[in-house]
Ligand binder design. Structure first.
Ligand SMILES: Cc1cc2nc3c(=O)[nH]c(=O)nc-3n(C[C@H](O)[C@H](O)[C@H](O)COP(=O)(O)O)c2cc1C
Length: 218
């Protein structure tokens, strides 16, 4: 039985934090409503808290959120994820992106989570826009699509309930693998030089046409 939802995110500009917290809270609230025991929600920032002392297991669901940088997961975020031990905990992996394309990032995040011992049972990509802060020349506030995140949270919770409903491991329903298309990206380009990375980003942007603001797979 699920007792805890743990949100964990890497979010330099704050958008992925909002996405991850919103989704973790939505899933936590739905599971809490239908569980005889309390289901708690906690969230961790991978930038400040490497997460190595967070314990994942049978009774936890992890919501792992990362931003898309040039169609990939940022290298420090991937390194932080590698330091976690999933211990077979179910996870929903989500990426936030800024309206171009998310490239291989969702595939990469799901694969990295699986390599760290999580059972990926859902994945989603959500566009985040940024509104200039009133009266301030610094930064911008992220704006998330709460309805789209909420829809995913509801569908994800139903899947979690089906998969976690039985106490006996051997009798539990085995989920179909979640299909996210893509391939593991090469990260070398961002290490060559800032100029080369900027050119690659420019080419990527020209090729990128946004078709949907969000999409998810369960
Ligand atoms: C270096 C860099 C590269 C980015 N590359 C992409 C991209 O390839 N596609 C896209 O749609 N958005 C891209 N973005 C936008 C971010 O994915 C988006 O703003 C994201 O929500 C940032 O997350 P955060 O607010 O948690 O930092 C990029 C942003 C930065 C800073």
């Amino acid at each position: 039985m699920i007792r805890k939802v743990i949100g964990i995110y890497y979010s330099p500009a704050g958008g992925t934090k909002m996405l991850t917290e919103t989704l973790a809270r939505k899933i936590g609230a739905i599971l809490d409503d239908c569980s005889p025991l309390d289901v708690s929600v906690e969230c961790h920032d991978m930038l400040s808290d490497q997460g190595s002392d967070i314990v994942f297991g049978d009774e936890t669901v992890a919501v792992i959120g990362m931003p898309v940088y040039v169609g990939k997961i940022p290298l420090p975020a991937a390194a932080a994820l590698r330091s976690l031990a999933g211990n077979g905990a179910m996870t929903m992996t989500v990426v936030s992106y800024g309206g171009r394309k998310y490239g291989n990032a969702l595939f990469e995040l799901k694969r990295l989570a699986e390599e760290s011992g999580f059972k990926a049972i859902g994945a989603g990509a959500f566009m985040i826009s940024y509104m200039a802060r009133r009266g301030s020349s610094r930064g911008a506030s992220p704006v998330i699509d709460v309805d789209a995140i909420s829809d995913f949270g509801k569908a994800a919770s139903e899947k979690i309930k089906r998969l976690a409903g039985c106490e006996i491991e051997e009798l539990r329903i085995k989920p179909m693998p979640v299909e996210v298309s893509g391939r593991m990206p090469v990260h070398k380009i961002s290490r060559i030089s800032p100029k080369a990375a900027a050119i690659a980003q420019g080419v990527f942007n020209k090729m990128s046409v946004l078709r949907r603001r969000s999409e998810w797979f369960l």
